[in-house]
Design a protein around this ligand. Structure first.
Ligand SMILES: C[S@@+](CC[C@H](N)C(=O)[O-])C[C@H]1O[C@@H](n2cnc3c(N)ncnc32)[C@H](O)[C@@H]1O
Length: 233
């Protein structure tokens, strides 16, 4: 019998489940380095926002960061529950959460699509390797847009059902504003670490909590906080 600890809602061939386990383990190994880099950058940002952002960018260039496994499971379930077909992932890094998104949209529709975004060429290259290892089940549902997402998401977006914001906090609001004209009424936005990085998310919260605005938001009690925002224009 499968114990509840081993249980996963994700339905996929065993080689993909194995790949995901391997990638999450790599990400956990890097966590102490990532946390130190974040702490240093946040301290610098208090004095000089641009310098702090540049330092974060440099420090994170080669770090293996992935959305926590339980949060990936949540987003996978959310896509199944909402029937989402078109998803934007901001950012992609080594392509771990992208695999969950692709599996879920693929269950909803043979034409389901994840628009993945990554500005670091080496991360994009490794993400593509991981998706190749996962195989056609995943590959056929991913369109990777390489470069600065504030540029690459400007054109040719289908109607978007779900936006995953797993990106440095200064980009959260600008990214939402780029995608907003293409959000379908009832679309959902998921944003990571909204408790632990609440200061960085201030402008984002001011925007989505505007009582006159089209958004409603709820913070879910995942580690660091996970925001579930609905778009109800
Ligand atoms: C937290 S990681 C994403 C992790 C990924 N969602 C996963 O779970 O596997 C954030 C990524 O966003 C990328 N990024 C940062 N600024 C960007 C920008 N302006 N355009 C595109 N990607 C960007 C970073 O290089 C980094 O790889």
């Amino acid at each position: 019998m499968t114990s509840s600890l081993q249980y996963s809602p994700v339905q996929a061939p065993s080689h993909i489940l194995g790949l995901l386990e391997r990638l999450h383990a790599l990400s956990l190994d890097e966590e102490p380095l990532v946390n130190n880099a974040l702490k240093d950058a946040v301290q610098l940002r208090n004095h000089d926002v641009d310098a702090g952002n540049r330092q974060l960018d440099n420090a994170m260039r080669d770090k293996f960061v992935a959305l926590d496994k339980d949060k990936c499971h949540f987003v996978y379930q959310l896509i199944l529950a909402t029937g989402a077909k078109n998803v934007v992932e901001a950012g992609t890094s080594f392509g771990v959460s992208t695999i969950y998104l692709a599996l879920a949209v693929g269950r909803n529709s043979s034409g389901g699509k994840v628009i993945a975004t990554e500005k670091e060429p080496e991360k994009a290259r490794q993400a593509k390797e991981h998706w190749k290892e996962a195989g056609e089940t995943v590959l056929k549902h991913i369109e990777l847009r390489e470069g600065d997402l504030l540029q690459t998401l400007h054109n040719d977006l289908p109607e978007i059902d779900l936006l995953l914001l797993d990106i440095w906090t200064p980009l959260a609001l600008p990214t939402l504003k780029v995608v907003q004209p293409r959000l379908r009424p009832g679309a959902v936005i998921v944003a990571d670490n909204t408790i632990s990085s609440a200061v960085g998310y201030k402008e984002f919260f001011d925007y989505v909590k505007d009582p006159e605005g089209p958004f409603r938001t709820l913070t879910l009690p995942y580690s660091g906080g996970l925001e579930l925002v609905t778009y109800m224009p």
